[in-house]
Design a binder for this molecule. Sequence first.
Ligand code: FES
Length: 157
Amino acid sequence: MVSNEEVSSIIDAYPRDRRYALAVMQDMQRTFNYVPENGLIATAEHLDCSVAQLYSMATFYKALSLKPKGKHIIKVCDGTACHLRGANNLVTGVKRELGIVPGEVTADGEFSLELVNCLGSCALAPVLVIDGVYHNKVKIDAIPSILKEHATPVVTQ
Ligand code: FES
């Protein structure tokens, strides 16, 4: 849960002008990993627009999410080339390792999984991207080591 103070610290940095609506929500997305409900309400008040307007922007832009996303975002390409070359296997591999399906976040908030359209590397299908890093011609057996590579290291003392 994001506090109203945390929300205000973002919103107050912007002028009271509706054209900043997207920038405010992008800022919240970056900071909180999603746009919280109290953030939408406070932004609507600050910019003198309706929550419904902000809601439709938040659902239109794929970069914005109304639900918390994981710290690390896994994108499995499900464009035609990747689909034909086994994108479903990659989803199965991630599910096997992390217990999540597309649209879900792991209980510890580490990873979220998304199915996306063509990522522009069709010749290297199937493609999986984590935190913007492309993994090409991925086989299901490689999923555990790819995930390990991107996981937040556990600090032991
Ligand atoms: S279909 Fe996956 S990169 Fe194009």
